[in-house]
Design a protein around this ligand. Structure first.
Ligand code: CMC
Length: 426
């Protein structure tokens, strides 16, 4: 049976039936009934901006699935590269499909020498690596002019491979520049996370040997961050992509959205907060301050627009943290984090607002224990989310979507005549 909603226009007495499709009603159908009356929804709190078959998220039940596969199973058994293939193609790859995909990505890890020598080397000595990444990704569009052929399947696939492959290279290059270390070329004999760690940390050794536990933990973090349906940066990707800009320009916009502390910058903010709290004894006073701040001061790494339950990714990360700390030693801030979680989860302020730890509450502790500087945290997020951004970009183009162009409710001045400067008051 088709579900529908009937509304009556009290001005005319006429009733209209609007079908409910996939849990939504078409705003275009409503607009026919209410011409000139717009739906007011800043922040898209109640608006579905797309139909998507990539990621399923039930924030109340704490469920996250990529293409139907539970995030817990993917984190347990898959790899980031396989998950990227899944997000982009809709199905898990066969052995030969995966081999081809791995080969394609691995053989595109190098960046043009001019990107590094002329472009990245031109930044100020203390440039934030995320700012460098945003610019470098945009700059790639000037190196691959075929990227404009967004409806040519071969060109599209090529840009997807290039972006997935080059993000870790750009990310590591930004870090090496910011600490004054020479650039490390990709080692294509290593797997995806190990190659990234080699580009980050290699000094003079002929081949960088990474601890498999650390490389696996990083891969799990990449899997957990690979997609999260219509989040802020993915929306930026879709909005810019809807103008038919090339994927590098759209991806740079997505990176820029991820840079903000309300989104990808949150794990950096968590570590700063935990360091400021300093020790377990100071936790109750800090919680009281957050509550007294009435929203002006936030418990970083807590709360989520969609999850009104424990973020399933936070649970997986908590487990991965133990494996990392076994190699690196325990992060001293972990005890502060655990105490903060314990107190917040039993406090009415947080429970009544359904504020639970999100993915970023523990990820920063792992990154810090692995030696990543705080500024690199959003960059790590960007490497992983590139797969999701591209999957959504591709899906949007295949849906023949309209250019994103919302309406507004105008609240400014009525029409008035221009006043020459000499006749304006002080
Ligand atoms: N600490 C204290 N109070 C909070 C927090 C927090 N972290 N988050 C929300 N609240 C309160 C807020 O003050 C408001 O209270 P009241 O109803 O009394 O005014 C209520 O909870 C609802 O908050 P909201 O801002 O309307 O919720 P939102 O859905 O717009 O915001 C959020 C979601 C993630 C921006 C927000 O929870 C937040 O700022 N959290 C801290 C930053 C953070 O951890 N961000 C990472 C998100 S997960 C990674 C990602 O997706 O990028």
């Amino acid at each position: 049976m088709t579900e529908s909603i009937t509304i009556t226009d009290n001005r005319s007495g006429e009733s209209y039936e609007i079908p409910v499709v996939n849990g939504g009603v078409s705003a275009t159908d409503w607009a026919k009934i209410l011409p000139g009356i717009w739906f007011y929804d800043p922040g898209f709190m109640s608006t579905a901006a797309a139909e998507s078959s990539i990621t399923f998220l039930d924030g109340t039940a704490g469920i996250l699935r990529y293409r139907g596969y539970p995030i817990e199973q993917l984190a347990e058994s898959s790899t980031y590269l396989e998950v990227a293939y899944l997000l982009l193609n809709g199905e898990l790859p066969t052995e030969s499909q995966f081999e081809q995909w791995r080969h394609d990505v691995t053989s595109h890890t190098f960046i043009h020498e001019n990107v590094r020598k002329r472009f990245l080397d031109g930044f100020h000595y203390d440039a934030h690596p995320m700012g460098m990444l945003v610019s470098a990704v945009a700059a790639l569009s000037t190196f691959y002019l075929d990227a404009k052929d967004i409806f040519d399947p071969a060109s599209r696939q090529k840009q997807i491979i290039r972006l997935i492959a080059k993000m870790p290279t750009l990310a590591a290059a930004a870090h090496r520049f910011s600490v004054g270390m020479p650039f490390v070329y990709p080692d294509n004999s290593l797997d995806f996370p190990s190659n990234f760690l080699s580009m980050m940390w290699k000094v003079a050794e002929p081949r960088f040997e990474t601890d498999p536990a650390l490389s696996r933990a990083l891969d799990i973090l990449f899997i957990l961050h690979a997609d999260h349906e219509q989040n802020c940066s993915t929306t930026a990707m879709r909005v810019v992509g809807s103008s038919h800009a090339d994927p590098y320009s759209a991806c740079a916009a997505a990176c820029a959205a991820l840079y903000g502390p309300r989104h990808g910058g949150a794990n950096e903010a968590v570590i700063r907060m935990l360091s400021e709290i300093g020790s377990m004894e100071n936790v109750p006073a800090f919680i009281s301050e957050v509550k007294a701040g009435h929203g002006h001061m936030r418990l970083q790494g807590f709360g989520h627009r969609v999850y009104k339950n424990y973020d399933p990714r936070a649970q997986i990360i908590k487990k991965a943290a133990d494996d990392v700390f076994e190699v690196t030693g325990r992060n001293p801030l972990l005890d502060v984090a655990l105490k903060l979680e314990e107190i917040a989860l039993s406090d009415e302020y947080f429970t009544s607002r359904r504020l639970y730890p999100n993915v970023d509450f523990y990820s920063g502790l792992i990154y810090q224990a692995m030696g990543f500087p705080l500024e690199m945290f959003p960059v790590l997020f960007a490497i992983a989310r590139t797969a999701g951004w591209l999957a959504h970009w591709q899906e949007m183009l295949d849906q023949d979507s309209k250019i994103a162009r919302p309406r507004q409710l105008y609240t400014g001045a009525d029409a008035r005549d221009y006043v020459p400067m000499a006749r304006r008051g002080a």
